[in-house]
Write a protein that binds this ligand. Sequence first.
Ligand code: SIN
Length: 283
Amino acid sequence: MEVRPNAGGFGAELRGIDVRGLDGAGFAALRRAWIAHAVLLLRDQVLTDDDLVAFSRRFGDLDLAPVQESGRSTVVGRPEIYVVSNVIENGVAIGSLGAGEAVWHTDMSYLPAPPMASLLYALEVPAEGGDTWFCSMYAALERLAPELRRRIAGRRVKHDGTYNSGGYVRQGVTPTDDPRAAPGALHPLICRHPESGREMLYLGRRRNAWLEGLDLAESDALLDAIWAGIDAPEIGWRHHWRPGDLVLWDNRCTMHRRDAFDPARRRIMHRTQVKGVAPPAAA
Ligand code: SIN
């Protein structure tokens, strides 16, 4: 196995691996690389849904996929797989998030115990657009001005459960734009990664976020100041997909977003999510 860190220093590509045939030592090495680099790309994987689920389960138990926007639950017989797609079949979307931009987010952080990992496998992708961007939440914290960091120390942030990253209202939720009334979970804004021991920002999504205990205007001003650093190219990595790409990210210390693409082109991705624990506050 060869670990090739990305040019910008964040994330890595693993070469020389077929995840279907990985022995115990190989998986341990892959897992160490995943903790060290936070986002891993493995190209040219040939995976059935069963293969994807079996490999994902080596990280731990899986969360069931969120209900998709159309109300379809998931892939028949595979409730762990979340379909990300713009494809319409018989008048019904086969997946979620359409062809528009998906804004910066951490997967399912509106839950009290969000997934620790997500694995996204590309089945069909457009030649242009639909790139996925990742950013390091360790680096996002390190880049905060000391005064801003002091002001947010010890605070909790509301992670909204109303809207998904494509801006669609989740099934069964009555939409509200008041973050205090919205469904979701409160998590520490500065967390300590349970495995690396490093401190990181834990933001989730900007829309409907709220810093507990502050009035909305003060909370919005602080959150806007924090979010202003997220797009910095120095802390991120952009991935242009090929069919057969498998990208796995540490959902605790990264965020991701996706570029829009031509809705006339097909994009089909299958995702699994590995169960995690409530994000621990930094001391
Ligand atoms: C996701 O947010 O999990 C999907 C990202 C993508 O479509 O590239």
